[in-house]
Design a protein. Structure first.
Length: 236
């Protein structure tokens, strides 16, 4: 086997660099590691969300009937099913927190509850709506939920598309004045929330800081980025 001269750099990254070679091919251990990572990513995409992980939440479902339709029809994952839409009640709320499986229920099971609990601690002066958990959902489903309940700000914690070294990455998307039809340019995102990335508790504090800035300026997305300095990572 021939080692790669970049081997020493592997301690600084999870990226697949300096794999070495055996003849004209990869070493067997690297090939097996790749196959294992690929299997974990596929499992994360197809794993079902366990609603029992969030016993106090209101369970909703998107318009996608099952996982297969959800993966083929992203548009259906952005809207609530008629039955779920009827269960959402309007109120006077500063924000709503939505948890959704997205493309990695694994990420949601591991990190979403920690982030949501820390957010509540950071937002003591906010009127927070009941927690909603949505199956077969995409990011934009929080726009419909926020609009229906009358929330000023919607935050969705959702499983991100798995990478070959990150099958459990959680993302948070924030939208001021949520309504159906909002674009990604009107959102802010905190990404790569996981043990090997941005730890869940500091991530929650960063999300809370963005929420406070959004309320102060009554905007999110590109508009908020032009009005404020980058939000620093809170200290532990």
């Amino acid at each position: 086997m021939t080692d790669d001269p970049w081997t020493s750099l592997r301690e600084f990254t999870f990226a697949r660099i300096a794999l070495g070679r055996a003849g004209h091919s990869l070493p067997t251990r690297e090939l097996l590691a790749f196959q294992l990572a690929h299997a974990r990513a596929r499992d994360a995409v197809h794993q079902s969300l366990d609603p029992a992980s969030f016993p106090d939440a209101i369970l909703l479902h998107s318009a996608a009937r099952d996982r297969a339709e959800y993966l083929r029809r992203p548009d259906l994952g952005r809207r609530l099913s008629p039955d779920s839409a009827a269960r959402v009640e309007r109120g006077e709320w500063d924000a709503v927190i939505v948890i959704a499986d997205g493309l990695s229920a694994t990420a949601v099971h591991r990190h979403a509850a920690i982030v949501a609990q820390e957010l509540i601690v950071q937002l003591k002066d906010w009127r927070i709506a009941p927690l909603y958990v949505v199956e077969q959902a995409r990011v934009a489903i929080a726009d419909e939920i926020g609009e229906r309940i009358g929330a000023k700000l919607a935050v969705i914690l959702i499983g991100e598309r798995p990478g070959l070294s990150s099958p459990d990455s959680l993302g948070a998307y924030l939208t001021w004045s949520p309504r159906v039809g909002r674009t990604d340019a009107e959102r802010n995102c905190v990404s790569n929330i996981r043990a090997e990335g941005l730890d869940p508790k500091p991530a929650a504090r960063r999300i809370a800081a963005i929420m406070h800035a959004a309320r102060a300026h009554q905007i999110t997305g590109v508009g908020l980025s032009t009005k404020t300095q980058p939000v620093p990572l809170p200290s532990h």
